[in-house]
Design a protein around this ligand. Structure first.
Ligand code: GLU
Length: 443
């Protein structure tokens, strides 16, 4: 059995009931074998055995009082996965589905993603099974403050720098940052995704969505085309989906769908983003309300966007949202490229189907790395006590995404897997982390 297969089998055995973490490892580890064959010293130094075991996992009680005066208890998580190349960095997810397995898969992916940005950030992820949906602002604040009452002691600007993810946006980051400051008396860049009035960076809100589209722009260019006149299917209607749609439209593409966990809207004339922003960012409502703004649009309860014919698909909702059936629809309808805005949007089987059918595919750890990259630039600006202009940050984002594309496609080509951006991104991300771990010794 090869080194990667051996570590994969052992780790799956040692971490039962962690299906999402197993999936992330199964997607990543085997693709590293050709690189490890060239570096037998890494096997000797147990690099993979160390890589799959988080440096530290924190789980804690988060009690809070709701508007009816009842006490609720949620569970908080932070997996500090790897600090070989920088302080732990990664978002917090607040969603009822959050479990240790989900946080471990996200944290594991984050190690590679953060390395791909070329910036000095290690991998971590956290969150809670708290559901912000339907909660009042005061309830969300009470939860965030209680979360920080325990969590503040585990984070720091040079130690672990959390940010947002699903269910955690500007409002939640503000409440958490405020509580951190109250408890520690420190005004440091300990969170990213902060508001612009207290240390946030321009472009951070747009960065994941814009970055995703910059990645796709590079992919399309490699195939001799661009966004002009392309029909684009987007799933989700959160921060990533909204700003991906905005950039697609700016580049001449037409976005025809958006969705949430209840269903999707199809707007043949092209999605009206002001309506979506109003529904999601202002009213915190559901995407079904879209038809109140656009009479010609159709709403499909319970459906998935993949059956809508398109040239380009950008899954931007959540993990495992694009499965074999969806992939078959995309292939049948002539879709040419898919890039993941959400983490691990596509199952392994669906990814293989797309790749085998010649659909150019970019995994989330490369395609959605723009968000965390701009988080790292927010950290830089906080350390400098300066802030850069929108154009300066956006220009850096474009360059970072181009470099991620080039590094991933070159790595794939160098190891005989041309156009396999999954393998390429894994190898390109792994190289730097493995070398840093090796050089820092094994204990
Ligand atoms: N949650 C985002 C991600 O998956 C952003 C993390 C960050 O900015 O630290 O990469």
């Amino acid at each position: 059995m090869s080194y990667t297969q051996n570590v994969l089998a052992k780790t799956i055995k040692n971490s039962p009931n962690e299906a999402e973490f197993h999936q992330a490892m199964t997607e990543i580890l085997p693709t590293l074998q050709p690189y490890l064959d060239e570096h037998p010293e890494y096997e000797k130094a147990g690099i993979l055995e160390r890589l799959v075991e988080p440096e530290r996992q924190i789980m804690f009680r988060v009690p809070w009082v709701d508007d009816n005066g009842n006490v609720n208890v949620n569970r908080g998580y932070r997996v500090q996965f790897n600090s070989a190349i920088g302080p732990y960095k990664g978002g917090l997810r607040f969603h009822p589905s959050v479990s240790l397995s989900i946080i471990k898969f996200l944290g594991f992916e984050q190690i590679f993603k953060n390395s791909l940005t070329g910036l000095p950030i290690g991998g971590g992820k956290g969150g809670s099974n708290f559901d912000p949906k339907g909660k009042s602002d005061r309830e969300v604040m009470a939860f965030c403050q209680s979360f920080i009452n325990e969590f503040y002691r585990h984070i720091g600007a040079d130690q672990d720098v959390p940010a947002g993810d699903i269910g955690v946006g500007a409002r939640e980051i503000g409440y958490m940052y405020g509580q951190y400051k109250r408890l520690t008396g420190q005004y440091t860049g300990v969170f990213t995704g902060k508001g612009l009035t207290y240390g946030g960076s321009l472009v951070r809100t747009q960065a994941t969505g814009y970055g995703l589209v910059y990645m796709m722009e590079n992919m399309l260019a490699a195939k001799g085309t661009d966004f002009k006149g392309k029909k684009v299917v987007i799933s989700g209607s959160g921060n990533v989906a909204i700003y991906a749609a905005e950039k697609v439209m700016e580049l001449g593409g037409k976005v025809i769908t958006m969705s949430d966990s209840n269903g999707y809207v199809y707007d043949v004339e092209g999605i009206d983003l002001n309506a979506v922003k109003q529904i999601k960012e202002v009213k915190r409502g559901r995407i079904s309300e879209y038809t109140e703004y656009r009479k010609n649009a159709e709403y499909f309860a319970g459906g998935l966007v993949w059956s809508v014919p398109c040239d380009v698909a950008l899954p931007c909702a959540t993990q495992n949202e694009l499965l074999e059936d969806g992939a078959k629809h995309l292939i049948k309808n002539g879709c040419i490229a898919v890039a993941e805005g959400s983490n691990m949007s596509t199952s392994i089987e669906a990814t293989h189907l797309l790749q085998e059918s010649g659909v150019y595919f970019a995994p989330g750890k490369a395609a959605n790395a723009g968000g965390v990259a701009i988080s790292a630039l927010e950290m830089s600006q906080n350390s400098l006590r300066l802030s850069w202009t929108f154009d300066e940050v956006d220009g850096r984002l474009r360059t970072i995404m181009r470099d991620i594309y080039i590094n991933s496609s070159k790595a794939a080509e160098n190891y005989g897997m041309k156009d396999n951006l999954v393998a390429g991104a894994n190898i390109a991300g792994f190289k730097k982390v493995a070398e840093a771990m090796y050089m820092q010794g094994s204990v």
